[in-house]
Design a protein. Sequence first.
Length: 408
Amino acid sequence: MSTVDKKSHEGEAPVRLCNYTDVYYNDEITGDIDFMPATASFDQVSRFTVTAGDVPITKDSETSNDIGRPSFVPKTLPGIVYGYHLAIYRPLDTLTGPFIRYVFEASSTRGELELRTPGVTRVGLSRETLRNLRVPFPGPVVARAVADYLDHETAEIDALIVDLDQFGGLLAERHYAMATKLFASIDSETRPRPLGTMATFISGGTPDPAVERFWADADSDVAFRWVAISDMSGTDTVVDTAKSLTPMGLADRRLQVAPPGTVLFAMYASVGEVARLATQATFNQAIIGITPYPNVLDPTYLQRYLESARPELLAEVRSNTQANLNAHQVRHFVIPTPEFPIQQQIAADIEFSLATLRSAQADLTRAIALAKERRAALITAAVTGQIDVTAKHRPAAEQLEDDIKELT
């Protein structure tokens, strides 16, 4: 187990450090990784230099699922040493290193390690646990054959997962390009209008600490939802919030309550993030609420337009010395405003496209989960001898592709 910390000490040798994240996020430790500078004693350099055949693993974390994550070292890297929070297996036979890495990926081993990780706020593997861990081992020759087989099969599955993920990104790009094209197709004679002429604006104008003594109990029937930026993240519609405010707090800070349908716009932090209220609520100073006038500005049209315009808004923020927007700027946003029925039709077209996108993304999420599940099962079966790697098999990735087609 490494004893090298991230600090630099006078009188020690300068080194580069292979850290926890370098192992966690890489199947192999190579010279291409951007290792951090540090120092180590000469004894530490001798013991913990990254050496060909090593299998470094993560030994400490907040959750047991993150411990025992392995990597493999194909080539010795002089001047690079393992950092604290890593344990290192150095096999007697360097040919068995790739097999041992797969052993640590097998669900049987992962389950064993999770059972043996004591801790409440932080869990860790002890030297004794690692030393006495019992794992399948078929001998160096078969072990290398199993590793070669899994290298090929898992590479195919990993490539399939990347393709699925990229396809999801392409679908999202296609949707947003369609939305942008719809807004761009609005008749050039349509008069752009400032938002301030078409809506009522409501702003909390109060940071969380100013009202924290007025937080309501979770089961209160008379509280008002308090929207923070975090409540808007990753959602189109704010239905619930982490905190609520008592009526006394609302009166004390002279806050207004925004009605359902109000479009929320983030002026600080996640600038330009947009969501729509599904319930009445108030919010903190980082958010401004835009309540469209009935039959003048459609809330969904406004929400989707602001989403499509976010790159332009961020460009404006970057040129602003304060790196945020203010209520005055938001009120003076100029947006194309066709007749109300046309706004509704554009909004409906975008919502249909978005529903289609989300359905496809849900299918892709299930397909990726299936691929990862099959990958884990394949590794477990191979290292425990349930698969004869010398026999001819239909490639796992091909079978998986068929299963994914059936799934989606």
